[in-house]
Design a binder for this molecule. Sequence first.
Ligand code: ABT
Ligand code: MG
Length: 149
Amino acid sequence: MERTFIMIKPDGVQRGLVGEIIGRFEAKGFTLVGLKSLSVSRELAEEHYDVHKERPFFGGLVDFICSSPVVAMVWEGDGVVASARKLIGATNPLSAEPGTIRGDFGVSVGLNLIHGSDAIETAQKEINLWFSEKELLSWEPTVNAWLYE
Ligand code: ABT
Ligand code: MG
């Protein structure tokens, strides 16, 4: 079953949006298989955003992610990687559609509340980076019988 890595960034946690954001993934019908809150080390943040390391915003981005606690999660379900990106909305919250997390709650690119893996391959890499095997569950909620034909 497909899995994706989702992180509520420091601004989402500080603004008290953790419950609201988790609720959207639950309501959609995805399955929570990993969840923890943590203070992110520079090493982890730099590895996570490695693709952006040559960009001018890299240093500030790493500072931001390490600035206060985040909530890291793994969600599972058919097509969850692409669907989660849709629930999250465009990178710039000002152009994100209403009804998406960034569209409903965000106003700036630097503080865009939440991260979601951008492809199945990236998801696998990010899940391995943020979670150990034993922190992840393997289970199927009985409600899934009413979600998938
Ligand atoms: P992430 O889910 O955080 O990876 O965001 P997303 O994939 O939607 O957007 P990308 B392009 O990966 O941006 C990564 C983080 O970098 C921030 N950023 C990006 C800037 O601050 N300035 C910029 O010009 C760009 C392009 C936004 C993302 N994180 N935050 N916060
Ligand atoms: Mg990205």
